[in-house]
Ligand binder design. Structure first.
Ligand code: ATP
Ligand code: MG
Length: 437
């Protein structure tokens, strides 16, 4: 892609409500455009990054055996009346009527709808366990949408649902999801800490919020610093290892405000290990047994032929919120560096261009074509602008690698720079090796 062709409407004057760095950067680099409060269009640069995050989420769901499907955004009120949540959900639910006057709503989440799909098709324990997920827009009429994509009315979420015969089996599904979440966030180059969350009337300890530590987060976080030292990569994908993994995490104190009790914190965590900070919730997993299956009559035959309510859990990841969360975690001292796995481009070529010297641009175009042939996704900055402005701009766009065609590049050796590091002079072959590693 040539930068001059990229649709990237940058904003110079930031609105006063853009208070946090992700909101500012995403507007400044034309990733998003607000259409009304809490509702955004995703422009090419932002959309590309979000799609890459979505793909990683998808791959890690598939790899634990979850199956992708797609449910609609608009739901009928009937199923919500069955579960009892139609009234409880309150004003966050956007309620609509169709032309026949039927009560519809824009789905804020999908427990009811998936339960309805499941009860009409699965009758026997033999079809269990099942893990189903979709990645779909949600709508919640948040009272105070703010911080750009972090708290929107319309947002993009991966939500998965597990179905099991017994509590014991359901815990295995829960542990698989726990594992998948740790892998997903680590591929995004994020350290997301699972924190014990409220389970409501169901009780037990099977609810975790995955939280990224960030000053601008909306959750208050209280943790033992030992939880940051657990390496999720040591656990194998089998039931006993996954149980050990969850236990290893769960036995160390880490909670958000809703579960925080000062006495417990002081009793269980040594003073020097206590961390009190802010975080962004990027995922939430929750085991709720028959909370929906019971009122909605989602029954299956167990081994003895007896009808029993299926045991369910739900598992969300805020895909669109994650775009902002990555910026909050990675944008420092006016430099944004996207993790390689989700960067909008693999590399940017920045030639020094002047009106009477097109030689550098020609060199850049040759490299551009060569890299494209190797399936490297490359951006070429063909804009006629001085180098210092270009560097400032690319510090914001955040492509992690740059090939700079200026005075330091000679013959077939080029200046190659990784953001936040010193540049080096490398042959094109060595540059390719670096980009592909
Ligand atoms: P919060 O406490 O932030 O309101 P929640 O508990 O309502 O979150 P869930 O219902 O568990 O969230 O939704 C799953 C995930 O969807 C959250 O972990 C978060 O990443 C994302 N999410 C929830 N609400 C929003 C929103 N208004 N805008 C963007 N993402 C959201
Ligand atoms: Mg909420």
């Amino acid at each position: 892609m040539y930068l001059s062709k990229l649709f990237i409407p940058t904003t110079k004057d930031l609105p006063t409500e853009a208070k946090i760095k992700s909101h500012q950067l995403m507007l400044r680099t034309g990733m998003i455009k607000q259409s009304s409060a809490g509702i955004y269009s995703w422009l090419p640069l932002g959309f590309k990054i979000m799609k890459k995050i979505e793909q990683i989420v998808r791959e890690e769901q598939n790899s634990i055996g979850a199956q992708e499907m797609l449910m609609p955004t608009i739901q009928s009120s009937e199923i919500w009346k069955e579960s009892g949540r139609y009234d409880d959900y309150g004003e966050e639910m956007l309620r609509i009527k169709d032309r026949q006057g039927r009560e519809m709503l824009y789905g804020p989440t999908n427990e009811e709808l998936i339960t309805d799909v499941f009860r009409s098709s699965v009758k026997s324990y033999k079809s269990l366990p099942q893990l189903l997920y979709h990645i779909q827009w949600k709508f919640r009429d948040e009272i105070r949408p703010r911080f750009g994509v972090m708290r929107c009315k319309e947002f993009y979420m991966k939500d998965a649902y597990s179905f099991d015969l017994s509590d014991e089996d359901a815990k295995k599904s829960y542990n698989k999801m726990f594992y998948s979440y740790l892998k997903t966030f680590s591929r995004l180059n994020l350290k997301a800490i699972p924190m014990a969350a409220d389970t409501g009337p169901i009780g037990g300890d099977l609810s975790h919020e995955f939280v990224i530590i960030a000053e601008t987060g909306e959750s208050d976080v209280y943790a033992d610093k030992k939880i940051f030292e657990i390496d999720p990569n040591v656990y194998k994908f089998n039931d006993s290892s996954l149980l050990k993994m969850r236990e290893d995490f769960t036995k160390i104190y880490a909670v958000t405000d809703e579960k925080f009790k000062k006495e417990d914190f002081n009793k269980l965590v040594k003073k020097e290990n206590q961390i009190i900070t802010k975080g962004i919730e990027v995922g939430h997993i929750f085991y709720f047994g028959d909370k929906y299956s019971k009122p909605m009559n989602c029954l299956i035959d167990d081994k003895s032929g007896k009808k029993t309510s299926v045991k369910m859990g739900s598992y969300g990841i805020g895909v669109s919120r994650l775009v902002g969360a990555v910026v909050e975690a990675k944008y420092n001292s006016s430099v944004m560096k996207w993790p390689k796995s989700i960067s909008p481009f693999d590399v940017v070529i920045i030639p020094s261009i002047s009106k009477n010297n097109k030689e550098n641009l020609e060199k850049a175009e040759k490299i551009y074509n060569d890299l494209k042939k190797q399936n490297i996704d490359v951006l070429l900055d063909d804009v006629d602008e001085n180098m210092s402005n270009k560097f400032k701009k690319h510090d914001l766009i955040g492509v992690p690698f740059q090939i700079i065609i200026g005075s330091k590049s000679k013959g077939n050796n080029f200046e190659f720079k990784e953001l936040n590091s010193e540049s080096e002079i490398l042959s094109l072959d060595n540059i390719k090796i670096k980009l592909k590693s």
